[in-house]
Design a protein around this ligand. Structure first.
Ligand code: NI
Length: 188
């Protein structure tokens, strides 16, 4: 089932999300719905707060996004109760976007390498290292479960330039080719 994506301005996007306590049918259904919602919106990542649930769950699929000949291998994974335990390497800028903030993109500086501990969709524990685009998408989604949006990490000048657009999105004055839910109203 496709779920509406919560837009910029929704309070749930600003909360630090809670840990998932146990694997059950509801969580499995939620994961299935999140994958469907993400692909329907052509996203490479989706976090539970973006569908209105303050839970530490996010999905990443960089397989399609990886360009031919790219050294990195894409990943397709669910991250449950993730903790980034280390970020290192060089800081690099990459233009990010977000399904909750349609029509806005901006460069964000992040460190290139991360180590992350998480449970997969079967609730098996992993401790892994990522870099490149994989790390980038994970960092963006991880921010979502910490209640942080990429627009808070763009340079101050860029931030001033996009502020009016953000205010419009908050009011639901934006179009996306997937269903969204803004504070107080639903719009297609
Ligand atoms: Ni996002």
């Amino acid at each position: 089932m496709k779920l509406p994506i919560y837009g910029y301005g929704q309070p749930v996007l600003k909360l630090k999300a809670k840990e998932v306590e146990e694997n059950n049918d509801l969580i499995q259904k939620l994961l299935k719905d999140m994958w469907e919602t993400m692909y329907n919106a052509s996203g490479v990542g989706l976090a539970a707060p973006q569908i209105g649930l303050s839970l530490r769950i996010f999905l990443v699929d960089t397989v399609q996004a990886m360009e031919e000949g790219e050294e990195d291998q894409g990943i397709k994974k669910a991250f449950i109760n993730a903790q980034i335990v280390e970020e290192k390497g060089e800081e690099w800028a990459y233009e990010e976007g977000c399904l909750s903030i349609p029509g806005i993109r901006g460069d964000v500086d992040r460190l290139s390498k991360i180590r992350i501990q998480y449970l997969d969709e079967n609730f098996e524990a992993h401790d892994e290292v990522y870099d490149g685009i994989n790390a980038r998408v994970i960092q963006h989604e991880y921010d979502h479960i910490e209640g942080v949006l990429f627009t808070e990490k763009v340079k101050p000048l860029k931030r001033r330039l996009i502020q009016r657009k953000l205010d419009k999105i908050k009011m639901g004055k934006v179009s996306a080719d997937y269903r969204m839910k803004f504070k107080g109203k639903t719009k297609r």
